[in-house]
Design a protein. Structure first.
Length: 340
């Protein structure tokens, strides 16, 4: 089976070099793999890395380097899909590392009849120090990152969503391309359409890929804020693609706002109770998240880190919902691209 392996990158030159080296080592027949690299108007050496790979790599059936002038991910995915010709579409983030059997294991499951398959996406760090390990714990924790099965599920089963997934080409031919109005939630919306079309998402925990976690608290907070922000906006396009869990940070932020106002005009007791319950649960989660870890003083900051991540996410969702009517007015009409 022919595989179209897609990477869309923006300012990811250093990480992309390592990913391309991993591709060279894949044990699946390289003659059955086409590589499609899309540069989203990067200001670093990302496109140079892509062109160097294209000019030096001779083992793959084809290596394409394309431009995504609109920068946002769904536009890049659609550009790559239009170029692709494989029986299987396999797409990963530029900030990823792959074991040697990543492609072959995905192909095997598709060949056995699955239409969408994926495995564990494991977060890792580049620097082995206490602060990076602290941020990684926050990233991997259910309390900090969510309940997605692809982060920790150990048994094979059908799940609601996947990361670094492989798709039979027919799935895109049936539902169309990505919604280019959505800069962050395009996977949620696409996976919802696929499930509505009757496709299931198989998680095979023997398939593994690695995601290089963000190496700074401010970067993590920005990521959470933007994730929340685009959830708020996506409610105007596909509200059913989210679960109640996506809105827990929003509910916490709303409760915090209401009880803070109430503390000044009525009584501080509800605010005190809210914070007491939250930080009790927060601290308990911190303890369980670090039980098997070598202890560092920086782990004492985890309750504050969790709090900042939740506030960032919840405030992003609230601001997205506030902006939603204006955003919808500008983004009313969109037709999903046809994938041949």
């Amino acid at each position: 089976m022919k595989v179209s392996f897609i990477v869309v990158a923006y300012n990811a030159g250093n990480k992309l070099e390592n990913l391309l080296k991993d591709l060279e080592k894949q044990d699946y027949n390289h003659n059955d793999i086409e590589i499609i690299l899309v540069d989203s108007n990067s200001s670093d050496n990302t496109k140079d890395v892509m062109m160097k790979f294209k000019n030096s790599s001779k083992s793959f059936s084809k290596v394409s380097v394309l431009d995504n002038p609109k920068k946002i991910l769904p536009c890049g995915w659609n550009i790559a899909l239009a170029e692709s010709s494989g029986d299987i579409i396999l797409r990963v983030d530029a900030h990823s590392s792959l074991p040697i059997d990543f492609i072959s294991k995905n192909v095997k499951r598709i060949a056995l009849g699955e239409k969408v398959v994926g495995g564990h996406r494991i977060s890792i760090i580049d620097e082995d120090n206490a602060w990076q390990k602290t941020l990684l714990i926050a990233e991997k924790s259910i309390f900090g990152s969510g309940i997605a099965s692809y982060r920790r599920q150990e048994t094979e089963e059908y799940v609601s969503t996947l990361a670094h997934a492989a798709y039979s080409r027919e799935t895109f031919k049936k539902v169309g391309g990505y919604d280019e109005r959505l800069a962050r939630t395009e996977d949620n919306e696409m996976h919802y359409r696929m499930k509505e079309a009757g496709y299931k998402f198989l998680l095979d925990p023997t398939i593994k890929s690695y995601h290089h976690a963000r190496n700074g608290l401010s970067k993590m907070m920005k990521q959470k804020y933007l994730n929340g922000y685009w959830i708020g906006l996506t409610m105007g396009v596909s509200p059913k693609c989210f679960s109640i869990y996506h809105f827990v940070p929003l509910l916490f932020v709303l409760a915090l706002i209401i009880t803070t106002i109430g503390a000044f005009v009525i009584s501080p007791i509800p605010l005190v109770l809210l914070l007491a319950v939250y930080f009790t649960f927060n601290i308990v989660n911190t303890i369980f998240s670090t039980l098997k870890e070598k202890k560092h003083f920086s782990y004492l900051l985890l309750p504050i880190i969790f709090f900042l991540l939740h506030i960032s996410y919840g405030w992003g969702t609230l601001y997205g919902l506030i902006k939603l009517p204006f955003w919808i007015r500008k983004n009313k009409n969109f037709n999903y691209p046809i994938i041949k």
